[in-house]
Unconditional design. Structure first.
Length: 127
């Protein structure tokens, strides 16, 4: 299955959803990073916390209901599909910002090996 994005905000958050899920658990530090740093990025239009939370939930549901999984994790083919769709949906400047934001997000609660490997893939595809 492939995923398509109607808006650049959805593509941006979908990649961050992968980053959060890379270590099999979201953390309070990652949540705080999303609501303090990512929510303030210009493409999101300064939403309320509630509106941002709804968008994040919608995107997360879409990622996990559309892409293939194995043992609860998105498969490599699913990651490749999502990154290709995100690349098509984002301008070069937004892709650059997304790579930088992904790097900051994995550092929010300490980067693990799987997160670092995903970040390298994000850099290769989007950078």
């Amino acid at each position: 299955m492939s995923i398509k994005f109607e808006k650049n905000t959805e593509a941006f958050l979908a990649v961050l959803t992968l980053v959060i899920g890379a270590d099999d658990s979201g953390s309070l530090e990652e949540r705080d990073f999303l609501f303090k740093k990512v929510m303030g990025i210009a493409i999101f239009g300064n939403p309320s916390s509630g509106d941002f939370s709804k968008l994040l939930g919608k995107v997360t549901d879409s990622v996990y209901s559309t892409l293939p999984q194995q043992d609860g994790a998105i498969t490599a083919a699913g990651v490749d599909s999502l990154l290709a769709a995100a690349k098509d949906a984002l301008t070069p400047d937004l892709r650059k910002q997304l790579v930088a934001t992904s790097a900051e997000l994995i550092d929010a609660d300490g980067a693990e090996a799987r997160e670092k490997a995903l970040l390298e893939k994000i850099r290769r595809v989007l950078g």
